[in-house]
Ligand binder design. Structure first.
Ligand code: ATP
Length: 513
């Protein structure tokens, strides 16, 4: 099992960052210039893993749904889009600086971290009780009756009520007061010497056209969703789409994040995979529930145990939403948002209709009426999904012979390479035979050929990048056309005929349905 679970966030990021770099998954952007904060490049293995996640999502959303089609909208959009969407006025995070360390924080995150610590205390208390009571332990009863746990829960509730209330009212002074009342100190300087809380818009702005022509401010899109909304009518009409239908898109988004110390969990340039599903008003809650379940199923189909996922239903809803949930993943630094599923009402289409003066409606032949469709959105960060898979997969193992290995237990369908073809030695015609096998498999699967170093070393290198199967070609192969196939996770080897390889690999990488 993944052995990160006891690490703190800093230790974890150090380890994972080092492995990601050493094995060509992720490099800091502009590495030779010492990097750029919260911006990363994907290396030769990372680009494959990332592409595989994207493709797995696209297949599930577009290929497997007749009523969902794709889109690839531009990153630049008309500036009014962001006025209509509310991003110009309200896409802000409250920030606060510590005057001693000069570090900047998201004020709400400081308070949320404080609440997470109380949550941790509750979890520890539950674990302790579990040990004490053994089989007779009833967790549900314990957390609803234990005086200490109840007190901590009440504390979280009070803080959360105050924080989200202040955020809603944009009462920045009260957020600061809350930080002071809770005695929150800067993790670097350890002091409570805070500035006032200020709002900070997360959009990157730039100019389009030369100044002489009359420059215009444009934004790098902070989400891909708006590209879908402004194309709603284009796609609906040209695709002759009937409600309910969806439009899916993957692509870059940009946010000038204040807290940028979390590797690829929070980046300034990242990729989203979003789907907007247009439904008849009044049916949205039913669809919201359906998409919530569908999306969880997608995650589980990768074979990672269900206990690593949980829903976090929003109590406080954004003004445009009438239901929202996060799918949270058990990252080594705790459960955190991986994906959002939101019921966004008709807010976006109505706003764009208002600002553009175009009618963005649907004539429903079944009910004979026109209406503005309601929207269910599913939105997942591709890089965050990468981190979820990467951190889950990273495993340090002690082997029976006392040696150690690092193995990336990636879901096989996502692994950069599906199979490595390894001639046992670099002579006796083995490389030629290995190449021949590779030629036959390469068309269907990402294969890697390696002949350098001992076979043991080569297995370790493949383990470290998560290759599910290694095929070893030896002298017997030349005699009877059989090879050994080694399994990444169990390290077991079986001898099979070369003709069976195709089917073995196919089975290995097929997802659970
Ligand atoms: P958070 O609360 O973590 O800032 P959010 O609620 O603002 O996220 P959304 O606007 O709902 O996020 O974006 C949808 C998804 O995009 C998120 O679930 C997350 O996976 C991803 N995402 C958002 N911001 C970032 C970022 N800065 N870096 C990487 N992924 C991100």
């Amino acid at each position: 099992m993944n052995n990160f679970k006891t690490m703190n966030q800093e230790e974890f990021f150090k380890k994972i960052t080092a492995h990601a770099k050493e094995y060509g998954f992720i490099f800091p952007s502009s590495d030779i210039y010492d990097g750029l904060a919260a911006v990363y490049d994907y290396g030769q293995n990372g680009v494959e893993l990332k592409k595989n996640i994207r493709e797995y999502w696209w297949k599930a959303m577009v290929q497997m749904h007749e009523n969902i089609v794709g889109l690839d909208a531009a990153i630049f959009m008309h500036p009014t889009v962001w006025k209509a969407s509310g991003h110009v006025d309200a896409f802000n995070d409250p920030m606060i600086d510590n005057k001693d360390s000069k570090k900047r924080y998201r004020a709400d995150v400081l308070v949320e971290d404080y609440m997470a610590k109380i949550e941790e205390k509750i979890n520890k208390e539950v674990e302790k009780a579990k040990k004490r009571f053994g089989d007779a332990f009833n967790e549900e009863q314990f957390v609803t009756t234990n005086a200490r746990v109840l007190e901590w829960k009440k504390e979280i509730e009070t803080i959360s009520h105050r924080l989200y209330g202040a955020m809603e009212k944009n009462d920045l002074a009260d957020i600061k007061k809350l930080i002071e009342d809770l005695g929150i100190v800067c993790p670097i300087s350890g002091t409570r010497n805070w500035t006032d809380v200020r709002q900070f818009n997360l959009m990157f702005a730039t100019q389009i056209g030369s100044l002489a022509e009359g420059a215009n401010t444009v934004y790098l899109r902070p989400e891909t969703a708006q590209g879908i909304f402004v194309n709603y009518l284009n796609v609906q009409k040209t695709g002759r789409m009937k409600i309910p239908f969806g439009i899916a898109q993957t692509g870059k988004a940009f946010r000038n994040e204040i807290v940028a110390r979390q590797f690829i969990f929070r980046m300034r340039e990242f990729e989203q995979m979003e789907m907007q599903f247009f439904v008849r008003p009044g049916t949205e809650i039913e669809w919201f529930k359906k998409w919530k379940e569908e999306r969880l199923k997608w995650h589980l189909s990768l074979g990672i145990p269900a206990e690593n996922y949980r829903f976090h239903d929003h109590e406080k809803l954004a003004h445009y939403a009438n239901a929202a949930t996060d799918i949270e993943f058990n990252f080594p630094f705790g459960f955190k948002e991986l994906e959002g599923v939101h019921s966004r009402t008709d807010y976006d289409l109505s706003r764009h209709a208002e600002f553009s003066g175009k009618k963005l409606q649907y004539f429903d032949p079944e009910t004979n009426e026109s209406y503005t469709p309601y929207v269910i959105e599913t939105s997942i960060g591709l890089d965050r999904m990468f981190l979820a898979m990467f951190s889950y997969a990273y495993t340090e193992e002690k082997l029976e012979d006392g040696s150690e290995r690092v193995v990336m237990k990636l879901p096989p369908i996502l692994a950069p390479y599906k199979v490595a073809i390894l001639p046992l030695v670099k002579k006796d015609g083995l490389p030629e035979k290995a190449r021949e096998i590779m030629d036959n498999l390469q068309y269907d699967f990402m294969c890697q050929y390696e002949e350098k170093d001992s076979i043991g070393k080569r297995y370790r290198r493949q383990d470290a990048i998560g290759t599910p199967l290694c095929v070893t070609v030896d002298n017997q192969t030349l005699e009877d056309n059989t090879v050994t196939v080694r399994d990444r996770d169990t390290m077991e080897q079986i001898r099979v005929n070369v003709d069976e390889l195709h089917e073995i690999i196919r089975k290995k990488i097929s997802p659970k349905r």
